[in-house]
Design a protein around this ligand. Structure first.
Ligand SMILES: C[S@@+](CC[C@H](N)C(=O)[O-])C[C@H]1O[C@@H](n2cnc3c(N)ncnc32)[C@H](O)[C@@H]1O
Length: 379
């Protein structure tokens, strides 16, 4: 991390700007003093000049086919979470980024997906004078990030490819390339993703290698079993197993779903759907699994925090509806298990059952509380 001085602290307040900083493009009115430091008071948001530039020779957008491929429906659907209340889970991370980023810093948004975090940061702090490399394992998600952010010179994009021969993902240094690989980055952030890393140790080791000494890693996820979670708080993906259990009862009790009863009583078949569900919604691991892995990778845990995130049942349903095969695939079946896809009528029953099970599970309330865990590490 670069230095953080008094001027920087003051500049965090959107209406105060020390004289020493670069010329703002929209500074208005007033002057004053706090503890001997003179400042200007603005009557409207400041948009100062953004001067960030990448190291010479660094390519922001790789010359790869995925960059110009058509936008995919799944990525577009995923991106709608941006408007969901439960995506307030990004706010504590955005606060941290706003506090920690210094002019000229380079931040990797690891598993940045469709670019929601960086997009939100730019809306919150339009003049943030830092560079962001959005790295992701999905070229489809990344393609949407390119669509949204390609015109902003502060953003670069990197796809980490699955290497079939070695059965692992590319590591950060393989995609960052020279000169960024040698120079290192100031900050790595990972939101809503660490629970998905099957090569966790290798991934975290690649973070340590990419970070400058004293660099920060900010990790958050709603799918970590946090011992400080309150009784009423859900681990968000664990709602899926609960929906599955309630749906089984609904199928057994409601004749409208009688067609799905024989399949439900077929234990070997149901085991296959349990395995499918666990592929979509990875079983939850405890907090110390992650803090231990971060430490083993050479990162020091500076802080662990827990927040309650309120999720709207309808919005969580809208999200789960995209992954309906993983939630209740056994209703009507899925092609990779049955050899043929579910009929449209069965898919509609499946969706209706998911919603009915959610109503029962959350006792017809409109919201439920979820537990999100935030881990701050320093190299
Ligand atoms: C739930 S999305 C979160 C995206 C974004 N960070 C956000 O908060 O909106 C998870 C992201 O992690 C990526 N991902 C999944 N497994 C990964 C892995 N092993 N390494 C890197 N990224 C991975 C996915 O492609 C996806 O973009």
């Amino acid at each position: 991390m670069a230095l953080q001085g008094v001027g920087r602290t003051l500049a965090r307040h959107r209406n105060l700007r020390p004289h020493s900083r670069r010329a703002a493009t929209a500074v208005r009115a007033g002057r004053g003093k706090i503890s001997g430091t003179s400042f200007e008071v603005d009557t409207k948001p400041i948009l100062r000049d953004v001067t960030f530039s990448w190291p010479a020779g660094f390519r922001r957008i790789p010359d790869q086919p995925w960059v110009t491929s058509p936008l995919e429906t799944l990525a577009l659907k995923y991106d709608t979470v941006e408007s969901h209340g439960w995506y307030a889970n990004l706010e504590p991370t955005l606060e941290q980024l706003e506090r920690e980023l210094t002019d000229g810093d380079i931040c990797i948004d690891y598993s940045g997906g469709t670019g929601i975090l960086v997009d939100r940061l730019f809306k919150r702090v339009p003049d943030v004078d830092a560079g962001f490399v959005i790295v992701d394992a999905s070229p489809k998600f990344l393609r949407l990030a390119v669509e949204k952010l390609r015109n902003d010179a502060r953003v670069a994009f990197r796809w980490i490819r699955y290497k079939k021969e070695e059965r692992c993902l590319e590591q950060l240094h393989e995609v960052l390339e020279s000169p960024l690989d040698e120079a290192g980055v100031d900050l790595i952030v990972s939101t809503n993703a660490i629970h998905l890393y099957y090569g966790l140790a290798d991934t975290l080791a690649s973070w340590t290698r990419a970070l400058k000494p004293d660099g920060l890693a900010l990790v958050q996820s709603g799918n970590i079993r946090n011992p400080d979670a309150e009784e009423h708080e859900w681990i968000i993906d664990e709602t899926v197993g609960a929906i599955h259990r309630v749906a089984q009862t609904l199928v057994r009790d409601d004749d409208a779903y009688a067609a799905y009863r024989p399949g439900l009583e077929d234990a070997p078949r149901m085991e296959k759907y349990d395995a499918l569900r666990a592929k979509y919604f990875i079983p939850v691991r405890p907090l110390d699994y992650y803090t231990g892995a971060l430490e083993t990778a050479g990162l020091k845990i500076a802080k662990v925090e827990k927040r309650t995130i309120v999720a709207h049942v309808q919005e969580w349903y809208d999200f789960l509806a995209v992954y309906h095969e993983g939630v209740l695939g056994w209703v009507g079946g899925v092609e990779r298990i049955e050899g043929e896809a579910a009929t449209e009528a069965a898919v509609q029953d499946r969706l209706r059952l998911i919603r009915a099970a959610m109503d029962q599970l959350f006792e017809r309330r409109e919201t439920f509380d979820a537990c999100w865990t935030y881990v701050t590490c320093r190299r």
